[in-house]
Design a protein around this ligand. Structure first.
Ligand SMILES: Cc1cc2nc3c(=O)[nH]c(=O)nc-3n(C[C@H](O)[C@H](O)[C@H](O)COP(=O)(O)O)c2cc1C
Length: 212
């Protein structure tokens, strides 16, 4: 894909309001979407998140009343709930150091300075601030998810219009140490959706980009 083709993909994508409930994403393609989520970069590489992929109709239905009634939640093929680690602790830093050591063939002790830097960074934050930090990281994953969807021709709707606390309850996230940040229904646009015909509303480069 060249740069012009990439821009065309970004113009093709839009926040899908109406999905075609009869069209499902095949499992091979979905596997690539998950791979792209896993490849998302994060601060220090800590990956303070979990992605819950919901295809079960009953679970989708139970989330609808906590999604401002937005029908994308039930009509989509795959509903992704993006959750943040809440709060991240020393245990997760140690787990990440151990993974890095195994992956890169070094001892965990060789990474002591790196570990100390991460713990120092977190030590300045209380639990709420740590969770806010993790939520910010989750938005990077959302961006990657939406770009991947656009690149491979899937539709998506990023969705903050949900009640995270209710999602947490239904998905048992609190007991797993996570909290819902937002949802992203994915699938295929309905031919009835009028939104793709609307012009994109974006400020000009003059306002948004400063060259120095
Ligand atoms: C973080 C975030 C949350 C959003 N929440 C919702 C939502 O709850 N429901 C919805 O229909 N659109 C939602 N949107 C879609 C935006 O309204 C949309 O992306 C924006 O108007 C730009 O339009 P476009 O994505 O079609 O280019 C959200 C977008 C983002 C990035």
């Amino acid at each position: 894909m060249n740069a012009d083709q990439w821009i065309d993909k970004l113009k093709w994508r839009y926040a899908t309001k109406q999905f075609d409930p009869t069209q499902k994403i095949d499992s091979e393609t979905w596997g690539k979407v998950e791979e792209s989520l896993i490849l998302t970069p994060s601060s220090f590489g800590l990956q303070p998140w979990k992605f819950i992929v919901i295809t079960d109709d009953a679970v989708k239905q139970s989330l609808l009343p906590h999604s401002w009634g937005q029908p994308q939640v039930t009509d989509c093929s795959h509903l992704v709930v993006l959750a943040a680690r809440s709060p991240i602790t020393e245990a997760e830093v140690t787990e990440f150091i151990n993974l890095t050591a195994t992956t890169r063939g070094v001892t965990p002790e060789a990474l002591d300075a790196y570990k100390g830097m991460m713990l120092g960074f977190l030590s300045h934050m209380d639990d709420d601030t740590r969770t806010e930090w993790a939520k910010n990281q989750v938005y990077i994953a959302l961006g990657q998810l939406m770009s991947t969807a656009a690149a491979i021709g899937l539709d998506a709707c990023p969705m903050e219009g949900i009640v995270p606390a209710e999602y947490d309850k239904i998905l048992n996230l609190e007991e797993q140490g996570y909290t819902t940040v937002l949802a992203c229904p994915m699938g295929f646009r309905s031919a009835q959706d009028k939104y793709p015909e609307l012009a994109k509303v974006r400020y000009t480069a003059d306002k948004l980009i400063q060259h120095i």
